[in-house]
Design a protein around this ligand. Structure first.
Ligand code: C2E
Ligand code: CA
Ligand code: CA
Length: 747
C-alpha cells in the first residue's frame, strides 16, 4: 500500500505527451502545408502581377526611348542623308541596350544602325498598327543579320494627321528579355513566361518545354475546380487569375496577369514541391524542438520523481521501519493493525495481541556488548517473522519488546504456538566456537474480546506479560480481569510505598503467643498493618509479596524491627511488663552478609537485650539453602537471638532437614490445623510431628488456633504455645500493653 507509483506515472505522462505531440504534429503539418500553399498562391499571384507590371514598364520605356529618337529624326537633313542617319542611329543605339535600331520610311525601306538596308522589315500592316496605336511590338521572329530570335519595337514618326512619316524601330534578342524574366522568377525556383492570348510562349525563363502553354496544359492534370479550358477562357477575356495543376508528376501553381501592351500576358509558375519541402522542414524542425523539449522535461521529471521517491522512501523508512531488524516499527504496526484485525473479524477468527520480551536483555548487553545485543534482537525478529501466518503482523515496538497480531482460533493452541515460538528464538549463538547463550522470552497475550483502543490492548498484553513474568519459568500468560486488577493494585502499591513509610502509614500490631492452660501471654509476634489514607487498614498479605518482589520488604522489616525495639525499650524504661517479641524477616535479608551484625547493632542501639528478640524465618527460606541457614542460625544464636521456623507444614517440610537445624521454636502453620480438623489420621501425623520436634529440643507454637477444641487437641499433643484468635487477635501496641498489665495485675 506504500508502493511508489511515481515512475509509472511519469512514464504514462511522457507517453501521453509523445502521443499528443505526434497528433499535434500531424495537424500542424496539415495546417502549415495549407497555409504555405496559400502563401505560395499569394506569392505566385503577386509574382505574375509584378512581372506584368515590370515588363509593361520596360516596354513603355523602350517605346519612350524610340519616341525621343523619332522626334530628333525630325531635325532637318536627318532623313535626307543616309550616312548622317546611319551614324546618328548607331550613336543612339550605342547609348541604349538595343541590338539594332533603325528607321523605316514611308517607302518601306528600313535603314539599320549597322548600315544595313532591308525592304519592308516591318510589314505594312504592322506599320499601320503602329500609326494607329502609337507603338508596335512584334512576336518572336528571326533577326535579320544574326538569325537569333528577336523582338521588334516600333513607334511612328511625328506627323500631321493623314501624313505617312515612317517608323523608328529597334530590335532586341529574346535572350535579353529571358534574362530579365529570370530576375522575376520567384527567386529562381519558379518559371516566368510572356505569352500571348493564344498561349504561344514569346519569352520564357528558363527555356520552355512546350511552345504553347495550352499545349502544356493538355499534358497536365488540373486541381479540383481548375482546367486548361478555364485558364484559356480567362486569358481570352483578358482576366487575371491562377490555376493549379500537375505536370510530369510535379504539382505547380501558375498565375497570369495581362500586360499593358498587345494582348500579352505575364505568367508565373511555381512548383509546390518546394512548398511541401518547406512545410516538411518547418514541421520537422518544430517536431524536433518539441521532442527535445519533451525529452528534457521527461529527464527532469524522472529526476525529480526519483529524488522525491528516494526521499519519501527514506522518510517512510524512518517513520515505519525499525532500522535494526528491518521489521515494522510500532507506528507501522498501529497503522496496519485495524485492517488486519478487521480481516480476522470478517473471517470470524478470534485474534490476539501478543507482547514478547527478551528476558534479562540488559544482561546480554552488559556481558556481550551492544553489538551482540543487536544480533540477539535481529535473531529474535527473524524467528518471529518466520513464525507468522497469513494475515498476521509483527513489529519491534521498542528495545527488546516485540508485538504480534496472531490468529487465535483456540486458546491452548495459541499458548502452545507461542511456547514453540519462544523456544525457537530462545537461543543465541554468537559465532563458531563460542558458547551459545540461552535466551528466554516472556509473552503476554491479550485475546481481543472487546472493542477498545489500541493503547488499551497494548496495556492488557503488557499486564499479561507482567503476570507471566511474576511466575519464574512461565513463558506466557493470558490477560484476564483478575490478573489485571492484581497488577493494577501492585502498581498502586509500588507507587505509594515509599511515601507511606515516610508518612508513618505502616503500623505495628502485636499478637500474643499464649499458654494453653492459663491463656497468659508468654511472647508475641510483630505484624505489620498499612493504615492506608483511603483504603483503611490493609492486611500484609496484600502488600508483602509485592515488597518481596521489589525489595522494599528490606526497608519495611527494618522499620518493624525498630518499632519492636522501641516498644521493648519504652516498656523497660517505664517499668511495664516485657515479653519476647518475634519479628518476621524476609529471606532477602539472608543474602546480606551483614544481616546479623546490623541486627545486633540495632538492638544494642536501643539498649534491648538480644534474648527478647525472636527472628522468624519462613519454612521455604529454610529449605532453600540448608548450609546457609545453619550458618545464619548459628550466627544469630551466637549473638543471643532466638530463631523460630515459621509456617512449618505449609510447604515441603522435611524432618530430616529440621534435624540439622537448631531452631529454638517451630511454628505450626495454621493450614495444618485446618487439615487436621475431623481427620484422625492427620491428627496422628500432627501429633507425631510435634513429638519429634520436641524431641529435637525445639519448642512448638501452634498458629491460627481459633477454637477451644483445637486448643485442647494441640495442648494435648504437647504444643507449648498458641497464637490465634481464640486467645487474641493482633493488637495495637497500647491494647497489647493493657493486656499485659491486666495479666500482671491478675497474678
Ligand atoms: P505469619 O508470620 O504466619 O503471621 C501470622 C498470621 O496469621 C497473621 O496474619 C495473623 O493475623 C494470622 N492469624 C493469627 N491468628 C489467627 C487465627 O486464629 N486465624 C487466622 N485465620 N489467622 C490468624 P497477618 O498479620 O495477616 O500476616 C500475614 C503474613 O504477613 C504473616 O504471616 C507474615 O508472613 C507476613 N508479615 C506480617 N508482618 C510482617 C513483617 O513485618 N515482615 C515480614 N517480612 N512479613 C510480615
Ligand atoms: Ca510469622
Ligand atoms: Ca506463620
Amino acid at each position: 500500500m506504500y508502493k511508489i507509483t511515481g515512475f509509472k506515472r511519469a512514464f504514462i505522462l511522457i507517453v501521453a505527451a509523445a502521443v499528443l505531440v505526434a497528433a499535434g504534429s500531424v495537424l500542424y503539418w496539415r495546417q502549415v502545408t495549407e497555409r504555405l500553399s496559400e502563401d505560395a498562391r499569394a506569392v505566385i499571384v503577386s509574382a505574375s502581377r509584378e512581372l506584368a507590371d515590370n515588363f509593361s514598364r520596360l516596354l513603355g520605356a523602350e517605346f519612350r526611348l524610340l519616341s525621343t529618337v523619332a522626334v530628333s529624326l525630325k531635325e532637318p537633313d536627318m532623313l535626307t542623308n543616309r550616312e548622317t542617319l546611319v551614324s546618328y542611329l548607331d550613336k543612339q543605339n550605342k547609348n541604349n541596350a538595343f541590338t539594332l535600331m533603325g528607321y523605316q520610311g514611308p517607302d518601306g525601306q528600313a535603314v539599320f544602325s549597322n548600315g544595313g538596308v532591308l525592304p519592308d522589315f516591318i510589314s505594312p500592316e504592322n506599320v499601320e498598327y503602329a500609326y494607329k496605336n502609337g507603338h508596335y511590338i512584334s512576336g518572336r521572329r528571326k533577326g535579320p543579320f544574326t538569325g537569333k530570335d528577336i523582338l521588334v519595337f516600333a513607334v511612328p514618326m511625328p506627323a500631321e494627321p493623314g501624313e505617312k512619316a515612317g517608323v523608328v524601330f529597334a530590335t532586341q534578342t529574346i535572350e535579353f528579355y529571358a534574362n530579365i524574366l529570370s530576375a522575376n522568377s520567384t527567386h529562381g525556383q519558379g518559371l516566368a513566361f510572356i505569352i500571348n492570348r493564344a498561349g504561344d510562349i514569346i519569352i520564357a525563363y528558363p527555356r520552355a518545354a512546350y511552345p504553347n502553354v495550352f499545349e502544356a496544359g493538355r499534358h497536365s492534370v488540373y486541381d479540383r475546380g481548375k482546367s486548361a479550358l478555364r485558364t484559356q477562357q480567362e486569358i481570352s477575356r483578358g482576366e487575371s487569375s491562377w490555376t493549379g495543376y500537375t505536370l510530369n508528376e510535379e504539382h505547380r501553381f501558375a498565375s497570369y496577369y495581362p500586360l499593358r501592351y498587345n494582348d500579352w500576358y505575364a505568367m508565373s509558375v511555381l512548383p509546390t514541391k518546394s512548398v511541401a519541402e518547406q512545410a516538411q522542414r518547418l514541421v520537422l524542425m518544430s517536431l524536433l524542438l518539441c521532442l527535445s523539449i519533451i525529452v528534457v522535461l521527461g529527464v527532469l521529471l524522472v529526476f525529480i520523481l526519483r529524488m522525491q521517491s528516494q526521499s519519501s522512501r527514506a522518510l517512510f523508512r524512518m517513520g515505519f521501519v525499525d532500522p535494526l531488524t528491518d521489521a515494522d516499527n510500532l507506528n507501522a504496526f498501529r497503522f496496519k493493525f485495524p485492517r488486519a484485525a478487521a480481516a480476522f473479524k470478517e473471517k470470524g477468527v478470534p485474534y490476539a495481541l501478543v507482547m514478547v520480551n527478551v528476558n534479562r536483555f540488559k544482561a546480554v548487553n552488559d556481558i556481550y556488548g551492544f553489538e551482540q545485543g543487536d544480533q540477539v534482537l535481529k535473531q529474535v525478529a527473524q524467528a518471529l517473522r518466520g513464525a507468522l501466518q497469513e494475515g498476521e503482523l509483527f513489529c519491534r515496538s521498542s528495545s527488546d519488546i516485540f508485538l504480534l497480531l496472531l490468529a487465535c482460533p483456540d486458546r491452548t493452541e495459541l499458548g502452545r504456538r507461542v511456547d514453540v515460538l519462544a523456544a525457537r528464538a530462545g537461543r543465541y549463538c554468537p559465532g563458531e566456537g563460542e558458547a551459545c547463550l540461552p535466551l528466554s522470552l516472556t509473552c503476554g497475550i491479550y485475546l481481543v474480546d472487546e472493542n477498545v483502543p489500541f493503547y488499551i490492548m497494548m496495556d492488557r498484553a503488557n499486564l499479561a506479560w507482567a503476570s507471566a513474568k511474576q511466575h519464574a519459568g512461565q513463558v506466557c500468560a493470558f490477560y484476564d480481569e483478575e490478573s489485571r486488577r492484581k497488577i493494577v493494585t501492585e502498581k498502586r502499591i509500588e507507587s505509594s510505598m515509599d511515601q507511606a513509610l515516610r508518612d508513618g502509614e505502616f503500623k505495628i500490631y502485636l499478637q500474643p503467643k499464649c499458654d494453653f492452660k492459663t491463656g497468659l501471654t508468654c511472647s508475641a509476634e510483630a505484624l505489620v498493618r498499612w493504615q492506608h489514607p483511603t483504603q483503611g487498614l490493609v492486611p500484609p498479605d496484600q502488600f508483602i509479596p509485592v515488597f518481596e518482589k521489589n525489595g522494599f520488604v528490606l526497608k519495611l522489616d527494618k522499620f518493624m524491627l525498630e518499632e519492636t525495639l522501641r516498644l521493648l525499650k519504652t516498656w523497660k524504661e517505664q517499668g511495664k511488663p516485657v515479653v519476647p517479641i518475634g519479628v518476621n524477616f524476609s529471606r532477602l535479608h539472608l543474602e546480606d552478609p551483614h544481616f546479623i551484625d546490623v541486627l545486633a547493632q540495632t538492638a544494642d542501639d536501643y539498649g534491648v537485650e538480644h534474648r527478647l528478640l525472636e527472628v522468624e524465618l519462613t519454612e521455604s527460606v529454610v529449605f532453600g539453602n540448608v548450609s546457609l541457614m545453619k550458618e545464619v542460625i548459628d550466627g544469630l544464636h551466637a549473638k543471643g537471638f532466638s530463631v523460630a521456623m515459621d509456617d512449618f507444614g505449609s510447604g515441603y517440610s522435611s524432618l530430616n532437614v529440621l534435624k540439622n537445624l537448631d531452631f529454638d521454636c517451630v511454628k505450626l502453620d495454621k493450614e495444618f490445623l485446618v487439615r487436621g480438623e475431623g481427620n484422625p489420621r492427620m491428627r496422628q501425623i500432627i501429633s507425631g510431628l510435634v513429638r519429634m520436634i520436641k524431641s529435637l529440643g525445639s519448642g512448638v507454637v501452634a498458629e491460627g488456633v481459633e477454637t477451644a477444641e483445637q486448643a485442647e487437641f494441640l495442648s494435648g499433643i504437647g504444643c507449648d504455645l498458641a497464637q490465634g484468635y481464640l486467645f487474641s487477635r493482633p493488637l495495637p501496641p497500647q491494647e497489647f500493653e493493657k493486656r499485659l498489665l491486666e495479666e500482671r495485675d491478675k497474678k
